[in-house]
Design a protein around this ligand. Structure first.
Ligand SMILES: [Zn+2]
Length: 223
C-alpha cells in the first residue's frame, strides 16, 4: 500500500500494488500531486496494469503517468477529459489545508488539475484480470459512484474495494452517489466470502468487519 501522507485526510487515498507472476497490478493512483510512477517498483519487461476503481480525483490523479490503464466502462468517457463534474477536482482547489507540505514552493491547490488518461481496457461486471498466479474478478459496486468497481480474488478472499466499502467514512452524498444502488451493493457485499478488504481509504478490514459495516449501512438506509 502506498499513500500520500501530506494530502488532507479527506482526499488521502490508498494506492495498492499487487504483484503477480506474469503481470503486476496497481489499484488506484492517488491525487497526482507528486509523480507516482517513479515510486512504483516495476520489473523491466513485466506488464503493469493500472486499474482505477472510479473516476474521483483521489483515485485517478496519477493515472496519466502509466501506459496501460483500465477502469469501469460506465465512467470511461470521463477519463478522456477528466472533467470537474466527474472527478470533483474543483473541491480540492483552495481547500483549507489541502496539503501539509508543498511539493515545491510555487505549488498552490488553486492550480490543481487532473490530466486526461483515456482507458485502454474497459471493465465490466464479471471481467477477469489475470496476473498469472492470481486472478481478480471485476465486481460492479455502484452507489458511491455509478461505475465504482471492486476486484475480488476468490481463491484468497481478497477484495480491493475502492470507495464502495472501507473502514473510514463512507460517502454517499456526492451528486453522482445513489443510496438505493449503494444498498444493493451492501446487500451483495454481505454475502460475499471476503477474508480481507483493502479499501480506497483507511486501514484494511477483515471480512467480519466488512459485513458489519455493510449491515450497519443497510440498517440506516433501508426503510
Ligand atoms: Zn470516491
Amino acid at each position: 500500500m502506498l499513500t500520500e501522507p501530506f494530502v488532507t485526510d479527506y482526499c488521502r487515498a490508498n494506492i495498492w500494488l499487487v504483484g503477480g507472476s506474469e503481470c503486476d497490478m496497481l489499484v488506484d493512483t492517488g491525487m497526482g500531486i507528486c509523480a507516482l510512477a517513479p515510486e512504483i517498483d516495476t520489473t523491466p519487461g513485466k506488464p503493469l496494469l493500472v486499474v482505477a476503481t472510479h473516476v474521483h480525483l483521489d483515485h485517478v490523479g496519477s493515472l496519466h503517468e502509466f501506459a496501460w490503464r483500465a477502469g469501469p466502462r460506465i465512467e470511461a468517457p470521463f477519463f478522456e477529459t477528466m472533467p470537474d463534474e466527474a472527478t470533483y477536482a474543483h473541491m480540492f482547489r483552495n481547500f483549507p489545508g489541502a496539503v501539509s507540505q508543498l511539493p515545491h514552493p510555487a505549488w498552490s491547490s488553486a492550480d490543481y488539475t487532473i490530466k486526461p488518461a483515456p482507458l485502454h481496457r474497459l471493465l465490466d461486471e464479471g471481467d477477469v484480470i489475470e496476473l498469472g498466479d492470481r486472478t481478480f474478478t471485476v465486481l460492479h459496486l455502484p452507489g458511491h459512484s455509478p461505475g465504482s468497481i471492486g476486484l475480488f480474488d476468490e481463491r484468497y478472499g481478497t477484495l480491493f474495494s475502492g470507495d464502495a466499502i472501507h473502514g473510514g467514512l463512507l460517502v454517499d452524498d456526492m451528486p453522482d452517489s445513489n443510496r438505493a444502488a449503494y444498498c444493493a451493493t451492501m446487500r451483495r457485499l454481505t454475502a460475499l466470502p471476503v477474508r480481507v478488504a483493502h479499501g480506497g481509504h483507511a486501514d484494511s478490514i477483515d471480512g467480519a468487519r466488512m459485513r458489519e459495516i455493510a449491515e450497519d449501512y443497510l440498517r440506516r438506509n433501508e426503510g
